[in-house]
Design a protein around this ligand. Structure first.
Ligand code: GAP
Length: 452
């Protein structure tokens, strides 16, 4: 079995064909960089979000969750600096009038990483550009029936701000003490200038992030701890370590709020790109909101009597990017050296985030085999094990269909089942088959998932 470096076309084709993801509003020609997730995609996204939440919120005492709104008071974006600084440098080709992000052209993003000097238009080869100008990535909208300056606000470009504006409300209601974190998963919107690379860079996407509040002076140590935890999240999902690397942002290119930012990058088919990041936002956001709202956002330490504005370490990651890296990294094609035929695709996803965990088949549609198999699938579903009953086609074809979407285990009911109440469970990765009593299937799967 080869661990492939798949081409993006293979990923896009698999995702569309099997119901992971496709272009939004496709029947109308699509809407640029907006994606819809199909039946398998939404199961996978939900599984990723549940796993993330369990890892960083449910299983920790020092982190609480919130759900802020997409729409916030317009002053939030003034205070946070997004109105002024959440911009990319945009240039327009004077010949074909297509617009690009200047840094993307300079990095040679569209021409295999080899930039030209002077910059060349990827569409018409012209080298004649307008002067670069700042383009704000926030989507504008109006709140209420009047469309004027006073009712103008923005769709949030990050989930972070509600965790700063609500800092005191969370603190008072949850009785947390510093150090502690606020976590959120939610939709964010950015009017990206250049897109492409499937749902890697979308205009609507979900961010999972934590604002971890610490005493000033403890920030650098906590930064290191969060960077390790962030990397571990990917390694625990089985992502190849040699395709992950850290990128330390140089001082001059840090976001307006950041003292230090390190990205975790993955080697995608289109090159090394950001998967996640950890930033030291210092006391920037709370100080700004204190200044603009005139509300006291200091923290009072009852034990020491100290009063201070906490520093914030912010680990962040995009849900769609976790999904994309898992699919790209797990994509393998058989070279025929195992029991599979050459060219068969296997998606080596972690069982925790896979859309379907167990395929259940009757060997053939005869006697009581379908009835028993249906009952097993139903029972597993009731125990919240994502299972799928399939009786169509040969058993080999059914295995192949499940392999291609990453199903880790397939249960087959055969004629021996009628005699010994046992089934065969086939493992996607080892191809080993084990005989397991029907009443033991749940425990078998739970043990593999490390649950009880
Ligand atoms: N609050 C900090 C923040 O928003 P960011 O690096 O701009 O930081 C967070 O975004 C994460 O969201 C990124 O690490 C990336 O995984 C994901 N992300 C950013 N822009 C995206 C886009 N246009 N489409 C999909 N995911 C995106």
């Amino acid at each position: 079995m080869e661990k492939e470096n798949p081409k993006m076309e293979q990923i896009v084709s698999l995702c569309k064909r099997r119901g992971f993801a496709w272009q939004g509003s496709e029947i109308y020609g699509g809407l640029g960089a907006v994606w819809h997730f199909g039946p398998l995609g939404v199961e996978m996204k939900n599984a990723i979000k549940r796993h993330w939440w369990a890892t960083f919120v449910t299983r920790r005492n020092d982190i609480v969750g919130v759900e802020g709104a997409v729409l916030m008071h317009p002053t939030v974006w003034k205070a946070s600096g997004h109105l002024e600084s959440f911009t990319d440098l945009l240039v327009e080709c004077k010949k074909c009038h297509r617009r690009f992000r200047k840094d993307h052209l300079q990095s040679g993003k569209f021409i295999g990483g080899k930039a030209t000097e002077p910059m060349q238009c990827p569409d018409c080869d012209s080298k004649d550009w307008t002067a670069p100008k700042d383009f704000n990535l926030m989507f504008k909208t109006f709140v209420g029936p009047v469309e004027d300056e006073a009712s103008k606000t923005y769709l949030r470009p990050e989930t972070a701000q509600s965790m700063f504006t609500d800092f005191k409300l969370v603190l008072d209601s949850s009785r947390q003490k510093i150090p502690f974190g606020i976590a959120q998963i939610g939709k964010s919107f950015r009017n990206e200038i250049t897109t492409g690379d499937f749902f890697f860079r979308s205009r609507e996407f979900e961010i999972a992030e934590i604002e971890y509040f610490v005493k000033p002076g403890d920030d650098e140590k906590k930064f290191g701890e969060w960077l390790d935890l962030w990397k571990k999240f990917y390694l625990d999902l089985g992502i190849s370590e040699n395709k992950l690397r850290e990128y330390e942002h140089p001082k001059e290119s840090l976001s307006h709020y950041s003292k230090r930012t390190v990205d975790i990058e993955y080697k995608f088919p289109f090159g090394w790109s950001e998967l996640a990041g950890v930033a030291n936002r210092t006391d920037y956001d709370l100080s700004q909101h204190e200044k603009f709202s005139k509300k006291d956002l200091h923290y009072f330490d009852e034990q020491t009597g100290e009063k201070y504005i906490p520093y914030v370490i912010e680990p962040t990651m995009g849900i769609e990017r976790i999904m994309m890296v898992a699919i790209v990294d797990g994509y393998k094609v058989s070279d025929g050296s195992d029991a599979r035929e050459k060219g068969e695709v296997v998606l080596g996803l972690s069982p925790v985030i896979v859309p379907i965990q167990v395929g259940v088949f009757p060997l053939i549609k005869k006697d009581k085999l379908p009835e028993i198999a249906r009952e097993i699938a139903e029972k597993l579903l009731q125990r919240r094990i994502r299972s799928f009953y399939d009786e169509a086609g040969s058993i080999g074809r059914r295995y192949r269909r499940q392999d291609e979407i990453g199903t880790p285990w397939c249960v087959t009911v055969d004629f021996d089942t009628l005699k010994d109440d046992s089934v065969t469970i086939r493992d996607r990765d080892t191809l080993k088959q084990e005989r397991v009593k029907i009443e033991e299937i749940e425990n078998y799967i739970f043990a593999k998932l490390n649950l009880s």
